[in-house]
Write a protein that binds this ligand. Structure first.
Ligand code: MG
Length: 301
């Protein structure tokens, strides 16, 4: 069941930048977002409404939201970890809210200072309030494929969370391989199990930490998952931490999709501009390979 088209959700400005050693200014972030819009991205996770003392890279979320181009058809998402984050997201005028719950108790406590039970109740309140405000909503189930502290995450914990997400009325459920441990067999197992408990649209958030991100992406597409997160340039990895690498890269994903006959509405040539821009802003080459290798067939770099 190959999806004929896949929606690519650009998360570079949020998940990419929040893990980079270099913190961009508000102006630089806005330039990057403008470049992504020009490249054709239509759903962009631009900011995270977290405490900037905890994540300095995400400081200035309100200023970024106030300055990004409000082009027709472009939807800007803000990530929130609690209702205080939602208050900020609503005030900042985001188009959609992505609220996180974590499928591991230890990681949940460390990431949001709340238990799984507390944060899934919080997520339901966030979904309800955001929908009342007319926003599109996503719940991301983080560490759905493995936890950095507890190791294996039982599938039934993910399905139980998916069941609670479904009950909240959320518009979309994202399954996140937060630390990049999944292989295609895991994607098949978890996606199939989640499908048993919800008919809501599924989205996958993949990291390429162990070089399995693209295999996981195509596996998800083959299972009918119609939305994938990616970051332009594949940013998000710290060059000094070999076990922390970025999201799958938007341009590498689009090459894979396009050569597989799956439409994303995106053109590789256009995507090389924001990728080159973010490399320049971060002062380091990006992990993506297409900027080096070029499209095939066609113009070589
Ligand atoms: Mg991530």
């Amino acid at each position: 069941m190959n999806a004929a088209s896949v929606q690519v959700i650009e998360v570079g400005p949020r998940d990419g930048l929040q893990n980079e050693p270099v913190t961009l200014s508000v102006e630089q972030k806005v330039t990057y977002v403008e470049s992504l819009v020009k490249a054709g991205l239509r759903r962009i996770e631009v900011v995270s409404f977290v405490n900037p003392a905890r994540v300095p890279q995400m400081a200035g979320a309100e200023e970024v939201m106030a300055a990004v181009p409000r082009t027709d058809g472009v939807s800007y998402a803000g990530l929130v970890l609690n209702e205080r984050g939602l208050d900020r997201a609503l005030a900042a005028g985001v188009d959609e809210v992505n609220v996180v719950v974590v499928a591991s108790e230890t990681f949940s406590q460390r990431n949001q200072g709340a238990s799984i039970t507390e944060s899934s109740a919080m997520a339901a309140r966030v979904v309800s309030r955001a929908q009342d405000a007319g926003l599109r909503t996503t719940v991301t189930i983080a560490a759905a494929f493995g936890c950095p502290f507890e190791g294996e995450v039982p599938t039934d914990r993910v399905t139980e969370l998916a069941r609670r997400c479904d009950a909240s009325g959320v518009d979309e459920i994202a399954l996140a391989d937060t630390i990049g441990v999944a292989v295609p067999a895991d994607v098949r197992r978890v996606v199939s199990a989640v499908r048993e408990v919800t008919g809501r649209p599924l989205r996958l958030h993949l990291h390429n930490t162990r070089n399995t991100g693209y295999a996981n992406a195509i596996t998800a597409v083959e299972m009918g998952v119609a939305a994938l997160d990616a970051s332009s340039g594949g940013i998000g990895g710290c060059p000094f931490a070999p076990n922390a690498t970025g999201n799958i890269a938007t341009e590498d994903l689009v090459y894979l999709l396009s050569r597989s006959g799956i439409d994303s509405g995106l053109a590789l040539d256009d995507l090389l501009t924001p990728s080159a821009l973010v490399a320049q802003l971060l002062g380091a080459p990006v992990p993506a390979l297409l900027p080096r290798a070029g499209d095939f067939p066609g113009r070589q770099p």
